[in-house]
Design a protein around this ligand. Structure first.
Ligand SMILES: Nc1nc2c(ncn2[C@@H]2O[C@H](COP(=O)(O)OP(=O)(O)OP(=O)(O)O)[C@@H](O)[C@H]2O)c(=O)[nH]1
Ligand SMILES: [Zn+2]
Length: 347
């Protein structure tokens, strides 16, 4: 196993339109490729196109190999699938105006396909890759295990800490973490001092639009304020500010999901059309951060049972779930209804 540093290099390479290999198969990101890079990748024979399972379902590629593809699907590229067509297959932006794509022939996905798709997600790109072409001389070589390890068993370390008085609590300390292989810089805000009871903890996933710009499409901004108030009131607790923008799909993909919502899709279907799961977050990184802060047991402020399950699975005991409801407005009513009816939220 080559380890986390190479995962970080591979993320960077994909973002820049360079090749990577996973388990020996070469990949080039559809979103970041250009004609020149694709021509080199395509020599001597045309490479294939790999898309994620949810995107394959949207494109009705489902029953060519399995009834409902759970894993990625390889599309054999014939001459009409040039770069522009590949982008149209990967990007749902014009699905409604251009609904008929194909015909496609699906082939067997290479063994590292799922890990390669995970890598596009870590890079914040659409989950689609040219696959099986010629790797560049400077390609980063990975094994699937390197990528899954970075995601499921993250290695975190405290990088810096400082006093940070905030509006809700003058006695607070900010702790910044580095995660091997993952460029995201996660942060903890520790409020007050341990009192002997498990801390009141909030896992807050980054939402630039809601946290910073005051978006009314979601409830993130008011929930962030509400969580800080609740922790300050309890006198002791921790807010983890996790850089998992857009439930783990990244800012650009979240804004693509918003554009699909403007076309009438709900928050879950928008994610699926883009080729992602409803919620791509992993909470193992939060568990490691809590351990690094010496807190293996918590009282968790959330309405989301997946957060409780995710922390428990990663070895943190959730003594109690404390509900948090804030920020209902006419713009986010449908969004919050969808979270309740389709994503299992408690409120
Ligand atoms: N993909 C996607 N992400 C969204 C959308 N709206 C908000 N988000 C993201 O959803 C996340 C909000 O999650 P949280 O408030 O931490 O968690 P939650 O799942 O709502 O659970 P609670 O703990 O009950 O609040 C942030 O990362 C937002 O950027 C959307 O329509 N699509
Ligand atoms: Zn939000």
């Amino acid at each position: 196993m080559t380890g986390g540093r190479d995962v970080a290099r591979a993320i960077d390479a994909l973002r820049r339109g360079w090749t990577v290999t996973v388990d020996g198969t070469a990949y080039l990101g559809v979103e970041t490729a250009d004609d020149a890079a694709l021509a080199v990748f395509d020599a001597p024979g045309r490479a294939d196109l790999l898309i994620s399972g949810p995107r394959a379902v949207t494109l009705k590629l489902a029953n060519q190999r399995e009834a409902v593809p759970t894993g990625p699907v390889l599309i054999e590229r014939t001459s009409w699938i040039d770069l522009a067509e590949a982008v149209a297959i990967a990007d749902p932006a014009r699905d409604l105006s251009n609904p008929l794509k194909g015909p496609f022939r699906a082939g067997a996905a290479p063994s590292g396909a799922e890990a390669a798709i995970q890598l596009t997600r870590l890079a914040g790109l659409l989950p689609a890759l040219f696959a099986g072409g010629t790797p560049g001389a400077d390609a980063v070589h990975l094994l699937s295990g390197d990528i899954f390890f970075t995601v499921d068993q993250p290695s975190v370390s405290v990088a810096s800490r400082a006093r940070l008085p905030i509006e809700q609590a003058e006695k607070a300390e900010i702790v910044a973490f580095r995660t091997l292989g993952d460029p995201a810089e996660h942060v903890a805000l520790v409020i007050g001092q341990p009192t002997g009871v498990p801390p009141l903890v909030r896992l807050h996933s980054e939402c630039l639009t809601g946290d910073v710009l005051g978006s009314l499409k979601c409830d993130c901004g008011p929930q962030l304020d509400g969580a800080l108030e609740a922790i300050a009131e309890a006198g002791w607790g921790i807010l983890l500010y996790l850089r998992q923008e857009g439930r783990g799909i990244g800012l650009i993909n979240k804004l693509r999901a918003y554009a699909l919502q403007d076309q009438g899709f709900d928050t879950v279907d928008a994610n699926l059309r883009l080729g992602f799961g409803d919620d791509e977050r992993r909470f193992a990184v939060a568990a490691r951060m809590l351990e690094a802060l010496g807190q293996p047991e918590v009282r968790l402020l959330t309405n989301n049972p997946r957060k409780v399950a995710g922390l428990e699975a990663a070895g943190i005991h959730v003594r109690e779930r404390v509900p948090l409801q804030r920020g209902l407005n006419p713009h986010n009513r449908a969004y919050l209804d969808t979270k309740r009816t389709r994503s299992g939220h408690a409120l």
